[in-house]
Structures are given as structure tokens and as C-alpha cells.
Design a protein around this ligand. Structure first.
Ligand code: AMP
Ligand code: MG
Length: 364
């Protein structure tokens, strides 16, 4: 179920891009297998044709697309980097750096992991604890790590919360050594995909890719504009009807990253429980928001903030944006299907499954 939703999301994003008639991204073939990847264009691709490849990694379907004479190299290098980062960060892989750290309680981290930890701890502070990489024991308690879902008792939540709190971590930036508090575990799942998409943009630039994009389970990162110089068109998924698009956003050279309650959830006795945990309560966040999209040049920041603002709720999210408006823009969707869009991107948003009256521009 979870995988099906994510596959649809990837298609929706590509569909959004095809509204502009850009390239031949529709040639991308889904292999139907989690582990296989398939390149849709041969190495003879001309600069007008994209090279596109799909891969299942970080628990989601990813599509890497590049244009230009060096597109094939860009895509091949990007896929290798996704696999390397997945092996480094996955909590589902026993040998990953994060799994080893969670077992040993203290470790000197690789440069990439150290960058993510530093950013995560900055976000923990600036979001008042809404973003907290120590929520993993809660993810396990609710069964999100095994898909063996369970609604815990209040006592179980309270005792698990003892192990949660990034303030209990000790981070020595000079030696890049992270030491966990008693029985703590960390998970970079809230920012890893954004870090990965930023890295792919660096690889594309280094390889001489003309323009391109990566879609990581619906998180999109765009290099440059389309070949004709116009903006890409990114479909934003409707959180209530996941086959629909809430609207289409014009964007270039930035990350467009969404956190939604629909991405991973289960239902028990008529109540739906999703995977974004409020560290203050130990429960799935009930902030009134159903989806948060962040647009930023910095993919890691965008990913961390999509999770954070989802937990913070509309009012705190808007207040946070007002203080950091030079770093990102945002689209917030609430339970009543109101859409709040910040002024920096409002002109580039075209509503699709919501009416124009439901869309409210937020000014500084
Ligand atoms: P995203 O889909 O980017 O919003 O990230 C959700 C993932 O981040 C979850 O699957 C968890 O691995 C992790 N996560 C959940 N709640 C939080 C939180 N409050 N702070 C940081 N990471 C979280
Ligand atoms: Mg995130």
C-alpha cells in the first residue's frame, strides 16, 4: 500500500512536468521490482533527450533524470551516490553507520553524516524541538519501522519518551563524535532524502549536466530551468485524494519537498495514525496540517523543515517562515483543505484540485 502510494506520487510529479511538454520523461519505465533499475535511454541520447533511471532506495521509489551531452554520466553517478548514502544511513541495514552508532552508543561520524547531524541539531534548536532525530524509539513503539503497527498505551509512550530528546545527545563537532544518551537511537529519515537530492545536484553540476531533476518519493530537486529556459512545473500531491494534484508549482534550481500524513500510516478502530511524530507528545502529530511543502535551494533544510513545520502547525509554521523567509518558501494544507502559500512562490502556483478561494497568500 505504502509503495503504491509513493509510485503514484512519483508519477504525479512527472505528470505535472509533462504539462509543459518538456522532453520525453514519460518514457521512464517502472520495472515493478523494488531492487531493479532501468535506464530508458541509451548512452547515445542526444542533448535534447533526457536520460532517466529509477531506483528503489531509502524506502521509496526514486527517479533521476538528466539532460545534455553528459546526462548518462550524471545519472550513473547519481544512482551510485544514492546507493552509497542509503548504505550509510539506513536504519534497516545492520551495517549502516547509523545502525552501528545506535548499537554502540557513541561513534566518530563520516563527513556526510556529520553534516546531517549538525543540521538536524540546528533544526532541533530553531524549531523548539519539533525536529528531533531521537524519535526512533517512538517510531519503533508505533511499529513504523517494522510495519507491525501498534497503538501503544499512555504508559508505554511516557516510558519511551524518557529515551527521546536531542538535548540528551553529546555532539563534539571538532572530532565529529556523537554520543547518545541512555538507550537512545537516532534516525536521519527526516532529512536524508533532502541531503541526497542536494548531493545529486552537485554531481550533476560536476558532470556537466545541462539541466535535470530528481524525484525521491515525491520530493523533487531541480537543476536549473528546463532546456528552453522556462521553469519546471511540479505537481503537488493532494493530501486527501492522493491520486489528484492540489496544484502545480513553477520552480527552477531548487528543492520542492513535501511531508504528508498520507505518506505512511495505518488505521486502527477508525483512527488513522501517521509517521510524523510530535516529540512533545510521543504520538503522531495532530497539528491540523495534512501536508507541508518546502521550497528552498537547500534540500537538506527543505526536508528537515517539511517535517518540522508539519509538527509545528499552521500558526507556528507561519511565524517561523516570517523569521526565515530568505531561506525558504512554503505551502501548508490544513484539514479543511485551506492552502496557505508564502508570497515568494504564490504567483507560480496554479490550483488544480482546490479552488482559487481556498488558496491564501501569506505575506511577511
Ligand atoms: P518526512 O517524510 O521527511 O517528513 O520524514 C518523516 C520521517 O522522519 C519519519 O519516517 C521518521 O523517520 C522521521 N521523523 C518522524 N517524526 C520526526 C520528527 N518529529 N523529527 C525528526 N524526524 C522525524
Ligand atoms: Mg522531511
Amino acid at each position: 500500500m505504502r509503495y503504491k502510494v509513493r509510485l503514484i506520487l512519483a508519477s504525479a510529479v512527472i505528470a505535472g512536468m509533462l504539462l509543459t511538454g518538456c522532453g520525453t520523461a514519460s518514457d521512464t519505465k517502472h520495472t515493478g521490482s523494488a531492487s531493479e533499475t532501468q535506464t530508458t535511454n541509451s548512452t547515445t541520447a542526444s542533448s535534447a533527450e533526457p536520460v532517466s533511471q529509477e531506483i528503489f532506495a531509502m524506502d521509496t521509489y526514486m527517479t533521476v533524470t538528466a539532460y545534455g551531452d553528459n546526462a548518462q554520466k550524471g545519472v550513473t553517478d547519481a544512482i551510485a551516490e544514492i546507493q552509497r548514502l542509503d548504505n550509510l544511513l539506513s536504519i534497516g541495514k545492520e551495517d549502516s553507520e547509523i545502525s552501528k552508532l545506535n548499537k554502540s552508543g557513541s561513534a566518530a561520524l563520516s563527513d556526510d553524516t556529520a553534516v546531517m547531524v549538525t543540521k538536524a541539531l540546528d533544526l532541533y534548536k530553531s524549531t523548539g524541538g519539533a525536529f528531533d532525530i531521537t524519535v526512533l524509539p517512538l517510531m519503533e513503539l508505533w511499529g513504523f519501522t517494522t510495519q507491525d503497527y501498534y497503538v501503544p498505551t499512555e504508559d508505554e509512550i511516557q516510558s519511551t519518551l524518557q529515551r527521546v530528546g536531542a538535548d540528551k545527545l553529546t555532539w563534539d563537532e571538532s572530532t565529529k563524535t556523537l554520543t547518545l544518551g541512555d538507550k537512545q537511537e537516532i534516525d536521519l529519515g527526516g532529512i536524508a532524502k533532502g541531503f541526497t537530492s542536494s548531493r545529486i545536484m552537485e554531481i550533476f553540476k560536476k558532470d556537466g549536466v545541462t539541466c535535470g531533476m530528481v524525484s525521491l518519493g515525491g520530493n523533487v530537486h531541480l537543476l536549473g530551468t528546463k532546456q528552453d529556459g522556462s521553469a519546471w512545473r511540479v505537481g503537488i500531491q493532494d493530501p486527501d485524494n492522493t491520486d489528484d494534484m492540489l496544484g502545480v508549482l513553477e520552480a527552477s534550481d531548487c528543492a520542492v519537498i513535501t511531508s504528508g500524513a498520507y505518506e505512511r500510516n495505518f488505521e486502527k478502530d477508525g483512527v488513522t495514525y501517521h509517521h510524523i511524530i510530535d516529540p512533545a507528545t510521543g504520538k503522531p502529530s495532530n497539528s491540523g496540517l495534512t501536508s507541508v511543502t518546502i521550497v528552498s535551494k537547500d534540500g537538506t533544510l527543505a526536508d528537515g523543515l517539511s517535517t518540522s513545520l508539519f509538527v509545528m502547525g499552521k500558526d507556528k509554521a507561519i511565524a517561523y517562515w516570517k523569521q526565515h523567509a530568505d531561506e525558504f518558501d512554503t505551502i501548508l494544507v490544513d484539514k479543511d483543505r485551506n492552502v496557505y502559500i508564502t508570497e515568494g512562490i504564490a504567483d507560480g502556483f496554479e490550483p488544480d484540485s482546490v479552488s482559487a478561494e481556498q488558496v491564501h497568500t501569506i505575506e511577511k
